[in-house]
Design a protein around this ligand. Sequence first.
Ligand code: SAM
Length: 256
Amino acid sequence: MTEGGVGAAYDAAAAAWRAGPAQMYARLAEAMADHAPVDVRGARVLDAGAGTGVAGEALRRRGARSVVAVDLAPGMLAASSAPAVVGDLIRLPFCAGSFELAAAAFSLNHFADPTPAMAELRRVAGALLATVFAPGWDHPAKEAVDAVMARHGFAWPEWYAAFKAGGGDGDPGPAELEALAGRAGYRTAGARVVEVDTGLGTPADLVDWRTGMAHLAPWIATLAPDERARARQDAEDAVAGMPPLVVPIVVLSATG
Ligand SMILES: C[S@@+](CC[C@H](N)C(=O)[O-])C[C@H]1O[C@@H](n2cnc3c(N)ncnc32)[C@H](O)[C@@H]1O
């Protein structure tokens, strides 16, 4: 698993995440919530790798009775409207069968092998709703903003390089996610690609999204204000004219 570095990086990124990526992830969470494998109304939900809690909030809007958020990064959880617990998905501090549904929105992709985390989620919840980015999905703003920041002195942190090298950021496709669910012990598993038009796409939206990501935000926070403003302007210039954020995601619905 991606050790300490990830939790610390998300912790340090939390404020910028809330101002940027959270807008996109909230829209992806709404799309995910349409595919719950069990009736959400009245369900006790675990938001697993909750970040700022957008998946739990989408499920609350669909009638979940309660939501508990768990994440490695307390700074991310500080924005969650649900009761929150700092914890690791591979060792959850909950009794077996505590929840009807676990929602893992873009958290399983942090594991080189998500099977142990999925098995642990299965121990505490009867059903799993999970998302990752679709294999091969990319947006030109990702490389463009990283390149601008590199010109201003940014270097990829070790944990992010390892995450990328381990296939992080959305490798498993529907068939692979279904197979992983089977290996984790789920009896039924169905996965599909869903394309989400986030409605975001201005240069400011794209730069907010990228500069709030956990690999960049902690470094940007170290820049002097005038240098930060120059880097931001360079980034907005670099992404001007790029396509809007339409994001294909893989949604897994599993039970048993
Ligand atoms: C890409 S963010 C997604 C956050 C949120 N689910 C959303 O959709 O906005 C991934 C989250 O997973 C958390 N995370 C990564 N590895 C984790 C682990 N082993 N246990 C718990 N949380 C983890 C990170 O701290 C981060 O908040």
